[in-house]
Design a protein around this ligand. Structure first.
Ligand code: GLP
Length: 236
């Protein structure tokens, strides 16, 4: 448990650095959301100072909104370009996200899942947590066996993400890795900061799988690091 969100994010960046230094060709699972922004800023500084190279890594993002092109600032591809990909030595040809503009989104979900199976497993998966306990865009009610698929977003999730859309409507659907896809990573690092996450964190860590809190599925994985600040850990 960390006193501040900054210290928690710094710890997550350190875990990523350690992973990449021990295996330069690591497969990293990446997440979006405001919580991850300082992790990526930290990694950008490390690459700029020469302390880290991402040139050999492969990355898979958890999810992408349906219908948004990379040039849309709210898209996760656009977000990852702006926060990390455009500022490091990473090879963008090996940075994968689901394509939310594909004409057949179900086929695109299957293609993405197959690509993860082919190039994976993910060595280290970064994960945030939604206020309602979602991981990726696996909303409450998601199946433990779920794989990458097209999902409807809960209105509360659209509301929570509206700050990224400056007044425009938040898309109502997304492609997301499933819970089983996420659990196939070798190691998972969950970063949760701020009191808005405290309830979801407490529910996720309370015992066995509860479908109303998808993050509780992480209890069944042997290598999960929960990195929390004091505010997110306050109900534990
Ligand atoms: C979105 C993402 C999730 C992320 C969550 C929390 O819904 N799809 O992967 O964990 O937001 O985001 P934030 O860090 O902004 O609270």
């Amino acid at each position: 448990m960390h006193e501040t969100a900054a210290s928690a994010a710094g710890h997550v960046a350190e875990l990523v650095r350690a992973q990449v230094r021990s295996k330069p060709g690591s497969v990293l699972g990446l997440a979006t959301g405001a919580t991850m922004e300082s992790v990526y800023a930290d990694l950008v500084s490390s690459v700029r100072s020469g302390a880290l190279s991402l040139s050999q890594v492969t990355t898979f993002n958890l999810d992408e909104y349906a219908g948004l092109t990379a040039s849309h600032p709210g898209s996760y591809r656009g977000t990852m370009n702006a926060l990390l990909f455009d500022h490091t030595d990473i090879d963008k040809n090996r940075c994968f996200l689901p394509d939310g503009t594909a004409s057949d989104l179900t086929a695109e979900a299957d293609r993405y899942e197959a690509l993860i199976a082919e190039r994976g497993p993910v060595d280290l998966q970064l994960l945030g947590i939604g206020r309602n306990g979602h991981i990726g865009f696996n909303e409450p009610g998601s199946d433990l066996e779920s794989r990458t698929r097209l999902v409807d977003l809960h209105p509360s999730t659209q509301e929570a993400n509206k700050s990224f859309f400056s007044g425009e409507a938040v898309p109502s659907q997304a492609l997301t890795m499933g819970i089983a896809t996420i659990l196939s990573a070798r190691t998972i690092v969950v970063l949760a900061t701020g009191e808005a996450k405290a309830e979801a964190v407490a529910k996720a860590l309370s015992g066995c799988f509860d479908a109303t809190c998808p993050a509780s599925a992480l209890m069944s994985h042997a290598h999960v690091h929960w990195v929390l600040d004091r505010a997110a850990a306050q109900l534990l």
